[in-house]
Design a protein around this ligand. Structure first.
Ligand code: UGA
Length: 461
C-alpha cells in the first residue's frame, strides 16, 4: 500500500522535501504554523528562492498530490509517515542546537494520531535526539496507537535543493526495527532503483552522519582558507595551490574554494552544535579552529577593504556585490557578505549592496544598509567595489564598461571568482583574498568545482 506522506514544517527543507515526495508519486500534506507561508505555498508561490522549486510546487498543486495546511489534526489524520523538517537553529545563548521546535512538533502531533505512524526525522540534531523523541512519542501516543521514530538526515544544498532531494549522493536510514527500514525502503524505492547508495544503520549513527558531514565540509573550507592566509604572507597564489591539491582524488576540488568562507543556516551552526555535543572533551580544538578561521576570513576582508581605502573607510562609498550566503539562494542567514557589509558600515563607510535575489531578505536582516536595484547603482561613485557572493552576473561584468561608474577603480574579490588580469588590464586595482597583491599575479579564471557556480541542471529522476 502506498503510504500517505505528511511533512511537518514547511520551511526550506520541508517544502523542498514535500515537493520531492509529490514528484516521486506520493500524496503529500505539508504543515506549518505560519499561516502567511501556507497561504503563499497554496498559491504556488514559494516564500524563498530556490531553482526549480516554483515549477514543481505548481505542478503538484495542479496534480492534486500536494496540499498545505496549518491544522495539525488534518496532517495527523492524513499521514502514515511523518517527516519532521522543522528548524534546529543555534541556541540564543550557547553553541548547541535549539531543539524546541522538534519536541513541540512531536508533543502536538502524536496525541492527534488516529492510526500507527512512523515519524522520520530529517532535521540536523545532536545524537540522542531521536531516542528522546521516541520516548516522548510513546508517552503521548493515544491508547492502542504505535508510533516509531526513524532518522533520515537530508544532505541537500540550498540552490540545488530539488536536485539533491531527487538525486541524492546517498540515503541514510537510521532505524530501530525491520518494519521501519522496509517502510523507508518502499518510500525511496524509485531512488534506490536508480542506484542511489544506501546506508542502513541505527538512530545514533544516522544522527551523527549529518553533523559529521557538515563539520567535515566546514573543515575543508577553513583548511583552504588557512592556506590562503599563508599564501598572502608568502606571496603564493592560493588558487594554484587549491587546484593542484584538488587533483588528488583523496582531497578533491569540492568545498576547497578559498575566499570569504562559509555561512548560511547549516555549516556554522552544525559545526558549533558538534562542539557543544563533544562537551568537555579535549578534541574540540580542531572544530573551534575551523570556526575561528572562518570568522577570520570576514575580518581579513574588512581589513583588506580598509587598507585599500588608505587606512579608513569613514565617509568612503563601498559598492558591495552580493548579500546571500552563496549564489542561487536568497538566504542571508549568517551570510559572510552581509556580515562584512555591516562591519564596514559600522566603521563609517557608505555601503551600497546589490544582490540579484537577496535584497529583500538583506533589508530585513540589515536595515541599516542601503540596497540598490541594479549592479550599476551599487557601483556608482564607489571608492571600492567588493565582490562577496559569486553570482554569475558578477562574473560576466565588463570591467571596462563599469570603470566609468566608480569614483576609484578599486576591486576586492572576496570570492576568488573573477579574472584578475581582465580587471587589471581595464585599469582597475584588483585584489583577491589569498592571491598575490602585485599586478603580475596570473589572472586566469579559477577552476571552480563544476557545481560551484551553476544551478543544478542534471535531469530529475
Ligand atoms: C550545506 C551542506 O553542503 C549540505 O550537504 C547540507 O545538507 C546542508 O548544509 C544542510 O545542512 O542542510 P549549504 O549550507 O546549502 O549546504 O551550502 P554549501 O554549498 O555547503 O555552502 C556553505 C557555505 O560555504 C557557503 O557560504 C559557501 O559560499 C561556502 N563555500 C562552499 C566556500 O566558501 N567554499 C567552498 O568551496 C564551498
Amino acid at each position: 500500500m502506498c503510504p500517505n506522506i505528511a511533512v511537518i514544517g514547511s520551511g526550506y527543507l520541508g517544502t523542498t522535501h514535500a515537493v520531492g515526495m509529490a514528484e516521486l508519486g506520493f500524496d503529500v500534506i505539508a504543515l506549518d504554523v505560519d499561516p502567511v507561508r501556507i497561504a503563499r505555498l497554496r498559491r504556488g508561490d514559494p516564500p524563498f528562492f530556490e531553482p526549480n522549486l516554483r515549477e514543481l510546487l505548481q505542478r503538484h498543486l495542479a496534480t492534486g498530490r500536494l496540499r498545505f495546511t496549518t491544522d495539525t489534526a488534518e496532517a495527523a489524520a492524513f499521514g502514515d509517515c511523518f517527516f519532521l523538517c522543522v528548524g534546529t537553529p543555534q541556541q540564543a545563548d550557547g553553541l548547541a542546537a535549539d531543539l524546541e521546535q522538534l519536541f513541540a512538533a512531536v508533543r502536538e502531533l502524536v496525541p492527534l494520531l488516529r492510526h500507527d505512524a512512523l515519524l522520520v526525522g530529517k532535521s540536523t540534531v545532536p545524537v540522542g535526539t531521536a531516542a528522546a523523541l521516541a520516548e516522548l512519542a510513546t508517552l503521548h501516543a493515544p491508547a492502542g496507537i504505535e508510533v516509531e521514530v526513524a532518522w533520515n538526515p537530508e544532505f541537500l544544498r540550498e540552490g540545488c535543493g530539488v536536485q539533491d532531494t531527487l538525486n541524492p549522493d546517498r540515503l541514510v536510514l537510521g532505524v530501530s526495527s525491520a518494519e521501519a527500514e522496509q517502510a523507508l525502503r518502499a518510500i525511496y524505492a524509485r531512488l534506490l532503483r536508480a542506484g542511489v547508495p544506501l546506508v542502513v544503520t541505527d538512530l545514533a549513527s544516522a544522527e551523527l552522519v549529518k553533523c559529521a558531514a557538515n563539520a567535515f565540509l566546514a573543515t575543508k573550507i577553513s583548511f583552504i582558507n588557512l592556506i590562503a592566509e599563508l599564501s598572502e604572507a608568502v606571496h603564493a597564489d592560493v588558487l594554484a595551490v587549491a587546484e593542484a591539491l584538488g587533483y588528488d582524488n583523496r582531497i578533491g576540488q569540492r568545498s576547497m574554494h578559498p575566499g570569504l568562507g562559509f555561512g548560511g543556516g547549516c555549516l556554522p551552526k552544525d559545526l558549533r552544535a558538534l562542539i557543544a555535543q563533544l562537551g568537555g572533551n579535549a578534541s574540540t580544538e580542531l572544530l573551534r579552529a575551523v570556526d575561528e578561521i572562518n570568522l577570520r576570513c570576514r575580518s581579513r576582508t574588512v581589513e583588506a577593504a580598509i587598507k585599500e581605502c588608505g587606512g579608513s573607510v569613514r565617509g568612503r562609498r563601498i559598492g558591495v556585490l552580493g548579500a546571500a550566503f552563496k549564489p542561487f539562494t536568497d538566504d542571508v542567514r549568517d551570510s559572510p557578505a552581509l556580515d562584512v557589509s555591516r562591519q564596514l558600515h559600522r566603521a563609517g563607510a557608505d555601503v551600497q549592496v546589490y544582490d540579484p535575489a537577496a535584497n529583500r531578505a538583506g533589508k530585513l536582516a540589515a536595515p541599516e544598509l542601503s540596497f540598490t536595484e541594479t549592479v550599476d547603482e551599487a557601483l556608482r561613485w564607489a571608492d571600492l567595489v567588493l565582490h562577496l557572493t559569486e553570482w554569475p552576473e558578477f562574473r560576466t561584468l565588463d570591467p571596462e564598461a563599469v570603470w566609468w561608474l566608480v569614483n576609484e577603480p578599486r576591486f576586492l574579490d572576496g570570492r576568488n571568482a573573477l579574472n584578475a588580469d581582465h580587471w587589471r588590464s581595464a585599469g582597475w586595482t584588483f585584489r583577491a583574498l589569498g592571491r598575490p597583491v602585485v599586478s603580475d599575479a596570473p589572472g586566469r579564471l579559477p577552476d571552480l568545482p563544476a557545481d560551484a557556480l551553476v544551478p543544478c541542471t542534471t535531469p530529475l529522476v
